[in-house]
Every structure is written in C-alpha cells, then in structure tokens.
Write a protein that binds this ligand. Structure first.
Ligand code: AMP
Length: 116
C-alpha cells in the first residue's frame, strides 16, 4: 500500500483547501503556492503515487482530470488565451507530492516549457 499524502486529507476534507470541484472520481483545489495567476491541482480521489503506478482501472478517473481541467479553465476565463497542463513524475520530473495531480496553469503567458 502506498503511503497517503496531504492530498488524501484534502480530498476527505480533513484539512482546509480551496476546493473548486469534487465528484466521485476527482477533486480540484487551488495550489497553495501558485506559480501563475491561475494554478489549480486536479487529483484522482484514489491514491496513485506516480504515473509509473497507473493501471487500466484508473482510466476513468484519469480521463476525468481532463474534462474537469477543461471546465475549470473555462470557469477561470483562461480557455481562449490558453493554459498549460503538467503532471510531474518522480525526482527528475520534479514531483514533490506522491499522489498524482494535474497542474492547470494560466492567466499569463507561461514562457518556454522547460527552464534550463
Ligand atoms: P509537484 O511538484 O508536481 O508534486 O507539485 C506539488 C504541488 O502541490 C506544488 O505546486 C505545491 O505548491 C502544492 N501543494 C503542496 N501542499 C499543498 C496543499 N496543502 N494545498 C495545496 N497545494 C499544495
């Protein structure tokens, strides 16, 4: 069993977070340390530590990450200008929280994908 992270507590509403959306498969909340004017994390409710642990049974929840990203981008008024979706994996990907999450970033030009 993978070890729970703070995101499981947010999903269960045991600790505070600015939750923008929740259903039976996913939860979306504002990143506590935003890197852009809009910075939202969309997470599956089930604990999947990294993309390396993704299985076919997760496909419905992972697909939902994108339909919710689309909705939240529209709600935030950034759909037309555009935005970036990022999912980091493990150390080289810069992953800090081992409960996979899709970053939704926008509200300003985001520059090149990778900073060197
Ligand atoms: P990553 O580096 O892809 O694992 O991203 C982890 C993200 O989680 C970072 O952008 C953090 O700012 C964010 N984060 C960590 N703790 C919290 C929290 N309690 N509430 C909201 N966002 C958080």
């Amino acid at each position: 069993m993978a070890e729970e992270t703070i995101f499981s507590k947010i999903i269960r509403k045991e600790i505070p977070a600015d939750i923008l959306y929740q259903d039976e498969l996913v939860t979306a909340f504002r990143d506590i340390s935003p890197k852009a004017p809009t910075h939202i994390l969309i997470v599956p409710n089930v604990l999947i530590p990294t993309v390396n642990e993704v299985e076919a049974e997760h496909e419905q929840a992972l697909g939902r990450l994108f339909t919710v990203a689309r909705k939240l981008a529209a709600d935030a008024g950034i759909a037309e200008d555009g935005y970036r979706l990022i999912m980091n994996c493990n150390r080289h990907g810069g992953q800090e929280v081992y409960h996979i999450h899709l970053h939704l970033l926008g509200g300003q030009p985001l520059g090149p994908l990778l900073a060197h």
